[in-house]
Write a protein that binds this ligand. Structure first.
Ligand SMILES: C[S@@+](CC[C@H](N)C(=O)[O-])C[C@H]1O[C@@H](n2cnc3c(N)ncnc32)[C@H](O)[C@@H]1O
Length: 322
């Protein structure tokens, strides 16, 4: 079964990639429609896709978009804003600190400030080289989705047992694994990364898989307002969520559709979530890139078919060439 694709807002679609300003897409999204918003906005660094402005102008533009995004979020929903530093004359402004008051004013609840650590980047000469960025995870209410089991990681000592007390002899850790904590060591997408495209700063898919699995359920909508080459969408569709995003640069949207096409053919290669980070002192067993597919006959796809009713066959030809 082919997933239904659209280039404009359509409640019946599985994938919506809007080529244009996110403010225009936001006008079409109903209130409380989205379960999870995950994005990495422009950092105002003067990259090829952004015009550098003063920090106050940047923050008020962000505030406008964040406010509109929050309107679209379900009460059980989450919003994850992934940011690094704004740099001027060698001085840094951590954007999570600058953006926090915007979310706070909107009465959102900060659940974690996740530190995303990676091993590669520019080598600074007048300060320490930056090797982390931050994901601010907010929920809309206190009644929010958080699924820990699908994202557990292996225990350090899986065989460790209680040595006294009523549980003596039983495993002391959860056999499903442990909570991955709020510091994540995940390689960033540099030139030798299996997922690298022409985009200068794309998300590694595994970073977003962890957010998608823990903060949404199957068939729900995941929205990336600044979607780039659709990494959030890929992570979402791999786990049977629906994906919506906006991207102002046509070329990136096109790469996004190409990646979807590859995934539908089972040919998209991603770095697997369970592959350990390379450590030259302790080389591990090599886990190769994984070829993934989003076109499935899973139960959820069948459920979607059912939901779409008898018009589905007719609709299926819609934008078939994407
Ligand atoms: C940091 S990148 C996101 C990359 C993305 N996470 C990925 O994995 O490819 C930010 C993206 O936002 C896009 N962008 C900037 N302003 C926009 C706007 N007003 N509406 C939609 N997209 C915008 C840029 O072109 C850029 O590709």
């Amino acid at each position: 079964m082919t997933l239904k694709k659209s280039t404009i807002f359509d409640k019946k679609a599985d994938i919506i990639f809007f080529n244009g300003d996110v403010n225009d897409l936001l006008k079409e999204i109903p209130d409380e429609f989205i379960q999870l918003i995950v994005t990495s906005p422009p950092y105002n660094l003067g990259k090829e896709y952004e015009e550098k402005t003063d920090i106050q102008t940047y923050l008020s533009q962000q505030e406008e978009i964040i406010t509109k995004c929050v309107r679209t979020l379900k009460p059980e929903g989450s919003i994850c804003w992934q940011v690094g530093n704004y740099v001027e004359n060698g001085e840094i402004i951590p954007l999570d600190i600058a953006l926090f008051p915007i979310f706070s004013k909107l009465n959102l609840h900060l659940r974690n400030r996740i530190v995303w650590h990676y091993g590669h980047g520019l080598h600074a000469t007048n300060r320490f080289s930056g090797r982390y960025e931050v994901i601010l995870w907010f929920t809309k209410t206190d009644n929010y989705v958080f699924n820990l089991d699908p994202i557990r990681i292996p225990q350090k000592y899986p065989q460790k047992k209680y040595y006294k007390g009523p549980k003596k002899g039983q495993l002391s850790g959860n056999p499903l694994g442990k909570n991955p904590s709020d510091v994540w060591n995940i390689p960033n997408v540099k030139s030798n990364h299996v997922e690298k495209t022409k985009h200068p700063c794309q998300f590694p898919v595994e970073l977003i898989e962890r957010l998608v699995l823990s903060m949404s359920n199957e068939n729900e909508w995941v929205f990336d307002p600044f979607m780039g080459v659709a990494s959030t969408a890929i992570a979402s569709l791999l786990h049977n969520r629906r994906a919506i995003g906006a991207e102002i640069i046509k070329d990136y949207v096109q790469v996004g559709w190409e990646r979807i096409k590859q995934a539908e053919k089972g040919q998209l290669r991603i770095r697997p979530m369970d592959r350990p980070v390379y450590n030259p002192e302790k080389p591990n067993v090599y886990i190769p890139p994984k070829k993934v597919t989003i076109d499935s006959d899973s139960d959820i796809s069948q459920a979607r078919l059912f939901e779409k009713g008898e018009n589905y066959q007719k609709d299926q030809k819609y934008e078939d060439n994407l």
